[in-house]
Write a protein that binds this ligand. Structure first.
Ligand code: S3P
Length: 470
C-alpha cells in the first residue's frame, strides 16, 4: 500500500516535472553572436560565490534565529535553494541587492513540503538538500530540468541509504526521485569514492541531525566551504589530515545533533565567475582588467595557478579575509600564453573552470594536455564533448580523449571558425559563457545557441561583458 502511494506520488512528481520541462522548452531560446572585442579595460566586481551562497541559505534555515547574508548570488540555482528552504518552513527573504534575511527553524525541525522541490538546473541544491532531508522525518520529491534529470544521484543515494534514508529514484539513480528521511539516522564513516564536495557536504549535512559522530574521509581534497561554514555556525566539526596512499587524506568528523547559531555572512565574489573575465583579459590584446573581491580559497584557486603556469599575468592586490574566506582583487593583463600539461592533481580545485581553460588553451602557443577529468562528463553537460565540439566549430584544434582534451593553440591568432557554426550549450551555463569569451578572441564572432542558462550562476554576465567590450 505504502509502496503504491509512493508510486503515485512519484508519478505526480514526474508529471509536474514534465510540464515544467514543456514550459521551459516553450520559452524561446536566446541565441547570441559574441563578437570580436577591442581591449578590455576597467574595474569590475563579480557576484557572490555560488557554493557559499547555497550553504549560507541552507545553514541559516537550520539555525534558530535570524541569519543575515550580504553579497548573495541571486542566480536561479541559489533561488531554487531559497525556495526549497521556504517550502520546508524557513523564512527566506530578500531585503535588497544581495541582502537576505533567513529565519531558521532549527536542526531537526524542517517541515514536510507540500509539493515537489523543483531544483531547476542545480546539482548543488539537489545533492546538498538530499543530505539535509535524509535525517529528517519528511518525504521529499526532487525534480529538475532536463540537464539535472540526466545527472547521477547514486553517489549521494549510496551513503544516505547507509544512514537509513529510503529512495525511489528514476532509472540510473536519477531525478525525479523521492527521498524518505529517517530519524534517528545512523552515523556512518564514509570514504568518498569520487572527489566531490557535493557528496562530502551531503553526508556532513545529514550528520547534523544524526546523534553521534558522522565521518567523511576525503582521499583528495575538494572545496571546503561546508566545513568552514558549519564551524562558523557552531557545529562541532573537526578536520584531521593523515598520510594516505596518495598523499594527505582529510578525515572530517561532525557531531550531531547540532544546534546551529545564526550568523552574519558576507559572501565573497565567485572565483568561477571571475575566471571568465580573467581569461578574457588574458586573451584579448591590450586588455588590463581589475576584478575586485575574488574568493581565493586554496580549494578553488587552481585556475589562477594554471593560468600563471601558462604565462598569464595575474596579480593579487589587497589580500584580505571576507566571510572566513581568503579574498583579493586581481589585476589581469593581456599575456602571451603557452600550452602546458595540466597537473591532474589540480583538477578538484578548478573543476568548474576547465571549459574556460580550454578557451585559453585554444589561443596559447603550443599544446595543452589535460587528463583525469572524467568528472567533467557528468556536470550540467558532458563538458569534454561539448567543449571539444564547440571549440572545433570556432576554429580551434582539439582532440577529445576519454578523460581530457588535447588542444593545439593558435599562438595568439584569432580563432577562425566557419561562419555558420553554432555552439550547442546543452543547458550548461559554463559552456555558454566560455564560448562567449572565445567569441571575443575570434575573427568573425562565435554564435551561442542559447544564453538563457547563464542566469543559473551569473545573471549579470552579459551586462558586465557588454559594459567592457568596446
Ligand atoms: C560544488 C561542487 C562541485 C562543483 C559544483 C559546486 C559545491 O561539484 O562542480 O559546481 O558547491 O559543492 P562536485 O561535488 O560534483 O565536484
Amino acid at each position: 500500500m505504502r509502496q503504491s502511494q509512493r508510486g503515485a506520488r512519484l508519478a505526480i512528481a514526474r508529471a509536474r516535472c514534465q510540464s515544467a520541462r514543456v514550459n521551459n522548452d516553450a520559452a524561446p531560446a536566446r541565441p547570441r553572436r559574441f563578437l570580436p572585442s577591442g581591449p578590455l579595460r576597467g574595474t569590475i566586481r563579480v557576484p557572490g560565490d555560488k557554493s557559499i551562497s547555497h550553504r549560507s541559505i541552507m545553514l541559516g534555515a537550520l539555525a534558530v534565529g535570524e541569519t543575515r547574508v550580504s553579497g548573495l548570488l541571486e542566480g536561479e540555482d541559489v533561488l531554487a535553494t531559497a525556495a526549497a528552504m521556504r517550502a520546508m518552513g524557513a523564512s527566506v527573504e530578500r531585503l535588497g541587492d544581495g541582502e537576505w534575511s533567513v529565519h531558521g527553524v532549527g536542526v531537526g525541525a524542517l517541515l514536510q513540503p507540500q509539493a515537489p522541490l523543483d531544483m531547476g538546473n542545480s546539482g548543488t541544491s539537489t545533492r546538498l538538500l538530499m543530505g539535509v532531508v535524509a535525517s529528517h522525518t519528511i518525504t521529499v520529491q526532487f525534480v529538475g530540468d532536463a540537464s539535472l534529470s540526466g545527472r547521477p544521484m547514486g553517489r549521494v543515494i549510496e551513503p544516505l541509504s547507509q544512514m537509513g534514508a529510503a529512495f525511489e529514484a528514476s532509472e540510473g539513480g536519477r531525478l525525479p526521485l523521492t527521498l524518505r528521511g529517517v530519524w534517528p539516522a545512523v552515523p556512518i564513516e564514509y570514504r568518498l569514492p569520487v572527489a566531490s564536495a557535493q557528496v562530502k557536504s551531503a553526508v556532513l549535512l545529514a550528520g547534523l541531525n544524526t546523534a553521534g559522530i558522522t565521518t567523511v574521509i576525503e582521499p583528495v581534497p575538494t572545496r571546503d566551504h561546508s566545513e568552514r561554514m558549519l564551524r562558523g555556525f557552531g557545529a562541532d566539526l573537526t578536520v584531521e589530515e593523515v598520510g594516505g596512499a596518495n598523499g594527505l587524506e582529510r578525515i572530517i568528523r561532525i557531531r550531531g545533533e547540532a544546534e546551529l547559531k545564526p550568523q552574519t555572512i558576507e559572501v565573497p565574489g565567485d572565483p568561477s565567475s571571475a575566471a571568465f573575465f580573467i581569461v578574457a583579459a588574458l586573451v584579448v590584446p591590450g586588455s588590463e582588467l581589475l576584478i575586485e573581491n575574488v574568493g581565493l580559497n586554496p580549494t578553488r584557486a587552481g585556475i589562477v595557478t594554471v593560468l600563471r603556469q601558462m604565462g598569464g599575468s595575474i596579480e593579487e592586490l589587497n589580500r584580505r579575509e571576507v566571510g572566513g574566506e581568503p579574498v583579493a582583487d586581481l589585476l589581469v593583463k593581456h599575456s602571451a600564453l603557452r600550452g602546458i600539461e595540466v597537473d591532474p592533481a589540480l583538477a578538484p580545485s578548478m573543476i568548474d573552470e576547465f571549459p574556460v581553460l580550454f578557451v585559453a588553451a585554444s589561443l596559447a602557443q603550443g599544446t595543452t594536455v589535460t587528463s583525469g577529468l572524467d568528472e567533467l562528463r557528468v556536470k550540467e553537460s558532458d563538458r569534454l564533448s561539448a567543449m571539444a565540439a564547440a571549440l572545433t566549430g570556432a576554429g580551434a584544434r582539439v582532440t577529445e580523449q576519454h578523460d581530457g582534451l588535447i588542444i593545439e593553440g593558435t599562438g595568439g591568432e584569432q580563432l577562425r571558425g566557419s561562419a555558420n557554426s553554432r555552439t550547442k550549450t546543452h543547458l550548461d551555463h559554463r559552456i555558454a559563457m566560455s564560448m562567449a569569451i572565445a567569441g571575443l578572441a575570434s575573427r568573425d564572432g562565435v554564435e551561442v545557441d542559447d544564453t538563457r542558462p547563464i542566469a543559473t550562476s551569473f545573471p549579470v554576465f552579459e551586462a558586465l561583458l557588454d559594459g567592457l567590450s568596446p
